[in-house]
Design a binder for this molecule. Sequence first.
Ligand code: ATP
Length: 195
Amino acid sequence: MKVIGLTGGIGSGKSTVSRYLREKGIVVLDADEIAREIVLPGSDTLNELTDFFGKEILLEDGSLNRKKLGSIVFSDSVKKLKLDRIMHGKIIEQIQKSLQKEREQGVPYVMIDAPLLLETGMDKIVDQVWLVEMKDELRIDRVMKRDKLSEEEVKARILQQMNAEEKRKKSHVIIDNSSNLANLYAKVDQLLLNL
Ligand code: ATP
């Protein structure tokens, strides 16, 4: 079974590609979705987080108070590192389990949709990295509209991610998404044919 990691900077069109792949019946594991699932009340991961950060990161119903956790790590880089270590390790563990299940089912290939695939080193568990790219002017505009953010806020988020050149070096396939959706889908179709 071939495992493909799908990634791209904020607003590059990664989720659009991932949605299209799912519509075509391809198994897509979504790292963001997994990150939410593994911290549900009663989970090992949530217990590990409360052991480190205290019960103050919980809401009254026992679920994770993301806002509170976010504000704790925002101003403390050591705590942020600890949070990332716990989360990334658990996400990879969960992905490995899902991959094993798909392997047993005889699925020919699986995509892993992960915005931080390269930043977290998750690319080590994939056979190929597909990078979706879009010119900054275009993606800034699209993210401003989608998330109702100012230009400065979008630019600040872009700066937090690995730069485009470094990402390109670590990728096997670059999907240029500077044109329309029909073009994007045609490129993905071609890539699937080549798999
Ligand atoms: P993030 O990592 O921030 O979630 P993303 O890489 O998943 O972003 P998308 O949500 O897929 O990006 O795309 C960003 C926005 O641009 C969306 O509103 C999407 O509908 C739009 N979009 C993506 N590709 C195109 C395209 N080729 N033409 C027009 N609009 C597009």
